[in-house]
Design a binder for this molecule. Structure first.
Ligand SMILES: N[C@@H](CCC[C@H](N)C(=O)O)C(=O)O
Length: 354
């Protein structure tokens, strides 16, 4: 198979090479960090001094002219996404199977998910859809929505503070880009009724599943279940635990899948393991449905604060430390909405044969 044929039939080679200029130059375009308002762009060029050979030139030019999927890789606290400008269509430009290949960290671009910026629906400015790295489609993604907002600002060339309405599988979500570049998101109301989360665990407090007992292969865990549009199972520890859960000691890849696929969670679940550092400071690790251990989960951090409040462990306003960094979360009493504030930034631009 010729290189061109290989490129057109496979997502395997994720070319992130910008338009070539002579001499041969591979450009990795990086945005300047942390500037206020809309991010400016800098182009950091890694120049290779050998002149471009005819073969390389024709290969690169061929790739540029082929049908390509253009993307921008974004990350929010290390939770990373392939962002696709899908504003011209309500049909995602890649299938769930293709998304899983693109997310592969060895054979693809590498990401926790693929996010599509789509035309507005249900009266919202935009619609967000997302595929997890296993190709499944969740209802919502907190870190993804911050990336979405920053991506929109770049696509629409917006400067300074901006707010949008985004229709998601979890309803209307409203991110606001702040003057320091962070994104504050109105994540809506948490869902606490068991069948709506969904979980088969029975309610323990009013209609909510709070500190319920969950048997996971012979060990009983205390769990509180919360939906932020997508399902979360939050635990502060197992029943037999004598001290505070030390989340760094957990073997997440062993225990995470047992929660994710537990029969009590008919739509599978995201699971957060939480250590209380103080009444306004929590530390968590997450095992995500359809993505495994990730460096951060925005909806998960929101669910953790809701669970901590329901269990009487924390105040409504907390900093939540995730492996990728902190998020500010507030569950407001007046409107019952959860607000999340954190960073999001572009990492690189690229295109892949499609
Ligand atoms: N990382 C996300 C959540 C992505 C979806 C999740 N894996 C699910 O299947 O529900 C976040 O930041 O919220």
């Amino acid at each position: 198979m010729t290189p061109a044929a290989a490129a057109t039939t496979s997502f395997a080679a994720a070319a992130t090479v910008a338009a070539p200029t002579a001499p041969f130059r591979a450009c990795f375009r990086l945005p300047l960090r942390g500037g206020p308002g809309a991010p400016r762009r800098a182009v950091a060029s890694m120049a290779v001094s050998t002149p471009r050979s005819a073969a390389a030139a024709s290969f690169l030019e061929r790739r540029e002219s082929e049908r390509a999927l253009h993307f921008v890789k974004y990350q929010g606290l290390g939770n990373d996404f392939i962002m696709v400008d899908n504003r011209d269509s309500s049909v995602p430009k890649v299938t769930p199977e293709e998304a899983a290949k693109l997310c592969d960290r060895n054979f693809g671009i590498g990401a926790d998910g693929v996010i599509f910026v789509m035309p507005g629906s249900n009266g919202a400015d935009y619609t967000m859809r997302i595929f997890n790295s296993d190709g499944s489609e969740p209802e919502m993604c907190g870190n993804g929505v911050r990336c979405f907002a920053r991506f929109i600002a770049e696509l629409e060339n917006l400067q300074g503070t901006h707010s949008f309405t985004i229709h998601t599988g979890a309803g209307l979500i409203i991110p606001e880009i702040q003057s320091d570049g962070q994104v504050k998101v109105d994540m809506g109301k948490p869902i606490l009724s068991g069948p709506d989360i969904p979980t088969k665990l029975l309610a323990t407090k009013n209609k909510a599943v709070v500190q319920a007992e969950l048997d996971v292969e012979g060990r009983t865990w205390h769990v509180t279940c919360v939906s932020m549009g997508n399902p979360h199972c939050v635990t502060f520890g197992a029943k037999d635990l004598k001290q505070v859960l030390q989340v760094d000691d957990l073997k997440l890849s062993e225990i995470g899948p047992k929660f994710e696929h537990h029969e009590m969670f008919p739509a599978r679940t995201n699971t957060e393991f939480v250590q209380v550092l103080s009444r306004s400071h929590l530390k968590m690790r997450v095992w995500e449905r359809g993505a495994g251990a990730t460096l951060a989960c925005g909806t998960g951090a929101c669910a953790v604060v809701v669970a901590a409040v329901l269990e009487g462990r924390a105040e409504r306003k907390c900093v939540v430390d995730l492996p990728g960094g902190p998020l500010k979360i507030e569950w407001r009493e007046d409107d019952n909405h959860v607000y999340m504030t954190g960073p999001a930034e572009a990492v690189f631009y690229g295109s892949v044969a499609h």
